[in-house]
Design a protein around this ligand. Structure first.
Ligand SMILES: Cc1cc2nc3c(=O)[nH]c(=O)nc-3n(C[C@H](O)[C@H](O)[C@H](O)COP(=O)(O)O)c2cc1C
Length: 204
């Protein structure tokens, strides 16, 4: 029952009617909290199961009037390619310091890390104690087309304009239309698996 109501409200958020915004969003938050409480017994099982999903690691950055910010993200994937411009999505906790900056700047860059860049991941996950623009001191950067910082030596980078911003419980799904890409000729990705960094080993 609660899931159905939340699903309906999520639809409302994706396609808000003339008077749905604001009021609908507040109701959605309340129901999201109720649902989170109902799901509490499953949370640790869910996180344990998710830890078995091996993911590549990105640092998502932004810069502009909303400020310069960045954070480590494993929830990044391709969305669409058969469109005038391809798109990707990143899922970011609503309390993360980069969240509001991305929403204000309407742009972000997903910097895909190489296997020897775990220290950059640690810095942008807050593990070195640094915050805000200080986190950028661990590497060399330049401005991408959107103004978002791009690493001088990423494995790949996707510089995006923010085109969709969807609240789902604790996280926001940011869909970005890709303005520019960079890709290294060689190198392997940094992997996060079983709550630790790992390497991708080709089977061929
Ligand atoms: C490997 C790794 C992957 C992560 N992936 C995500 C993610 O996909 N989304 C997210 O919101 N936080 C993710 N985090 C956590 C954030 O990087 C971390 O909470 C960060 O400190 C948030 O930024 P803040 O300290 O500026 O608020 C990840 C952390 C690590 C180490």
């Amino acid at each position: 029952m609660i899931s159905q109501i939340s699903a309906d409200l999520l639809k409302t958020e994706l396609n808000p009617g003339p008077s749905a915004l604001g009021k609908g969003t507040a109701v959605h938050r309340v129901l999201g909290a109720i649902q989170a409480k109902a799901n509490k017994p499953m949370k640790s099982e869910f996180l344990q199961a998710m830890s078995k999903a091996a993911n590549s690691v990105c640092v998502v950055t932004t810069d502009g009037i909303g400020g310069k910010a960045g954070m480590t993200v494993s929830a990044m994937t391709s969305v669409s390619v058969d469109t005038p411009r391809p798109s990707i999505l990143v899922c970011i906790h609503g309390q993360a310091s980069a969240c509001d900056a991305i929403r204000t700047n309407r742009a972000f860059c997903a910097n895909l890390l190489a296997e020897d860049q775990a220290a950059i991941s640690d810095s942008f996950a807050g593990r070195t104690g640094k915050k805000g623009a200080e986190r950028f001191e661990c590497a060399s950067w330049h401005a991408a087309v959107t103004g978002s910082p791009v690493l001088d030596n990423p494995l790949a980078a996707f510089d995006c304009t923010l085109v969709h911003d969807i609240l789902v419980g604790s996280h926001r799904i940011f869909v970005g239309e890709v303005e520019a890409v960079r890709v290294a000729e060689t190198g392997a990705p940094l992997i996060y698996f079983d709550r630790q960094y790992a390497r991708a080993t080709p089977q061929g």
